[in-house]
Design a protein around this ligand. Structure first.
Ligand code: NAD
Ligand code: ISE
Length: 339
């Protein structure tokens, strides 16, 4: 069966995912699109042979749409995801699931009331080959218990609209998700401290930031978020266990020796760095939807957890680095919890 996908939001990542459905992933076709910017929606629709619908609600309930992709702005996600659940259709929602814990919980409750999983949240790092290899090593127990994780998330630069809270909400949220999954452990506290700010960007922005997290199992995580590092898009992750260390590989790239130097290129953006992960994410999601199976990627609960933890990090930033306890609800049995 070809999965007929309707896309809400044909901006930057919406168009990139549409290209994935047309050029990379088999078994899906984009049949409908909508965007607040009608001209943009029409241009994208013409390119892929889709119908333009006037808004998210009409798209979700269209008989031409089997499954929904939400790539609109974050504050609109919850409304569209709730509507897709009401229509009983699988929905892939780019991060964040919602911008408040309360809205995330509304999604979690609606999905449980529906009775089976329909929602997958777009945390693509779980589909990256390097992170998957790290998880295999950690799960094998060969390193003993994990004790510390050192991470860095560096972007070359960010636009003016990016503000200090986005370091957690928009950027660190990827580490928050992937570390919960890698360690199979929950984050229970967050602290954000700020070194001298870089002079390379706006005075209003606290950049870089150092985020410290603690898990229920006692693992300590340090994460440098530096979104104006200038030199490239650089993601680092190293887990230290009782008997060894596992490190995320840098992306494969030729090594060049010239002019007295030896080096490899650093990717310049997240699109290039995680292109293969996004491809795998959509291959696996399409495969599940096509067979009527529940999605196996990040769940609505993972979306909720990420939002609660990023909220704690923002509170710490706003209170000069106090340690903030993460006030997460118990995980329902529906999502693999014991409650
Ligand atoms: P964008 O501004 O380029 O595109 C968003 C589009 O959605 C715009 O065209 C806008 O007009 C449209 N839109 C907004 N609200 C709408 C609504 N209710 N109905 C219809 N159209 C609507 O933004 P973007 O960079 O593509 O980001 C979109 C989402 O993807 C954000 O939530 C962002 O956090 C997420 N994102 C995820 C990653 C990742 O690494 N997984 C990377 C970038 C962006
Ligand atoms: C962006 O929204 C992303 O999701 C990228 O993966 C991240 O690296 C970047 O910092 C965010 O702004």
């Amino acid at each position: 069966m070809t999965v007929r996908v309707g896309v809400i939001g044909t901006g930057m990542i919406g168009q990139d995912h549409i290209r994935r459905f047309t050029d990379v992933v088999t078994g899906a076709a984009v049949t409908a699109v909508t965007d607040l910017d009608a001209a943009r929606a029409a241009e994208v629709a013409a390119r892929v042979g889709a119908t333009v619908l006037p808004n998210g609600a009409e798209l979700i309930h269209s008989p031409e749409v089997d499954a929904v992709l939400v790539t609109s702005w974050g504050p609109t996600h919850a409304e569209h995801v709730l509507d897709a659940i009401a229509a009983g259709k699988p929905v892939f929602c780019e991060k964040p699931l919602a911008t408040t814990p309360e809205d995330c919980l509304r999604v979690v409750e609606a999905e449980q009331a529906h009775g089976r999983r329909l929602v997958q949240v777009g945390f693509m790092r779980r589909f990256d080959a390097g992170y998957r290899q790290m998880k295999e090593v950690l799960d094998s127990g060969s390193l003993g218990a994990p004790l510390i994780v050192h991470c860095a998330h560096r972007n070359p630069t960010v636009p003016d609209a990016y503000h200090s809270a986005m370091a957690a909400q928009d950027t660190a949220v990827h580490e928050i998700d992937v570390l919960r999954w890698l360690l199979d452990d929950e984050i229970v506290s967050a602290q954000v401290i700020t070194p001298r700010a870089t002079s390379k960007r706006f005075a209003h922005l606290k950049d870089p930031q150092i985020m410290l997290f603690e898990t229920a199992g006692g693992v300590r995580i340090d994460l440098e978020v530096f979104v104006n590092c200038q030199y490239g898009y650089d993601i680092q992750c190293e887990a230290v266990g009782e008997e060894g260390v596992v490190r995320l590989p840098d992306p494969a790239s030729v090594s060049v020796r010239t002019a007295g130097r030896h080096g490899t290129a650093v990717p310049q953006d997240w699109k290039a760095r995680f292109a293969a992960a996004f491809d795998t994410e959509f291959r696996e999601w399409t495969g599940a939807v096509a067979t009527g199976a529940e999605p196996t990627g990040p769940s609505a609960w993972d979306g909720y957890a990420a939002t609660v933890i990023t909220d704690a990090a923002v509170r710490s930033l706003q209170t000069d680095g106090t340690v903030v306890t993460v006030g997460m609800k118990p995980r329902p049995a529906f999502y693999g919890g014991t409650a």
